[in-house]
Design a protein around this ligand. Structure first.
Ligand SMILES: [Zn+2]
Ligand SMILES: [Zn+2]
Length: 250
């Protein structure tokens, strides 16, 4: 699993928006595709046509804005259509992105049902792939979204406020990548502060080997070491600040 982008909606200069490349059960998935992710993919030596499906955590622009570029690149290389799957509303939300440049026929967008609340477990069938053990759970965010869990190896919490119930969903994964968008001392609002994430970790006490903090706004990115120290006080997991192109599971 490679974290391609660790930034948010406001640019930092060195963190592109959200994207993660996951090799699982013989298939390759791209989770989210924000601005800059297409370039980061090339930067780690991977080809857009290797991607069997794109999973979306939600449809905020910083998670979908490179989708048209990805679809076009795949079509230019080998005419392969792109499969995109996400929570309810995904087809309506991202469909207009492909109306530019005549791309609508080059993409297949579908959605899956989600549970009512964080912690509900939804098994995800990713059509056309050999993926197994992919599950999702609702997040706490301003748009309907999910976090994904890939067996016992890896979890991605998506955009979300800190939630003990959500963290319990990821109990037992080797690696969890979690939103830590705001700097210390702020107010949690659709995203956590380090203090809010620490409090939820202390409450849920999930068994996680390594925790990566991501989705950093510029004012959080420049205080990332402080955030890491605050979160690390609350968990036995090794806590890291994710950087673009970090390989976190090999
Ligand atoms: Zn969002
Ligand atoms: Zn976001």
């Amino acid at each position: 699993m490679t974290i391609l982008g660790t930034g948010a909606a406001l640019a930092t200069g060195d963190r592109v928006q959200t994207g993660l490349l996951v090799d699982v059960s013989g298939s390759t998935l791209l989770v989210d595709c924000g601005s800059g992710v297409l370039h980061r993919l090339a930067g780690v030596g991977r080809d857009p046509t290797e991607i069997d499906a794109v999973l979306l955590s939600h449809t905020h622009l910083d998670h979908v804005s490179d989708l048209p570029g990805l679809v076009k690149a795949r079509w230019m290389i080998d005419q392969s259509p792109t499969q995109i799957i996400g929570p309810p509303g995904t087809p309506d939300d991202v469909g207009p992105l492909f109306e530019i440049d005549g791309q609508s026929d080059r993409v297949e967008v579908s959605s899956f049902e989600t549970g009512a609340k964080p912690g509900d477990r939804i098994e995800i069938d990713v059509p056309g792939t050999t993926c197994e053990s992919v599950s999702a759970t609702p997040t706490v965010h301003s748009r309907q979204g999910v976090g994904y869990r890939f067996g016992t190896r890896f979890g991605f919490a998506g955009d979300t406020e800190a939630s003990a119930t959500l963290l319990a969903f990821f109990d037992g994964v080797d690696v969890l990548v979690h939103d830590c968008a705001f700097p210390s001392g702020g107010e949690p609002d659709n995203h956590p502060t380090p203090e809010a994430l620490a409090e939820a970790l202390e409450s849920a006490d999930p068994d996680i080997d390594r925790l990566y903090l991501t989705h950093l706004y510029p004012d959080a990115a420049c205080r990332a070491d402080e955030a890491r120290e605050i979160v690390a006080e609350a968990t036995d997991a090794a806590v890291h600040v994710a950087d673009d192109t970090d390989d976190v599971v090999e």
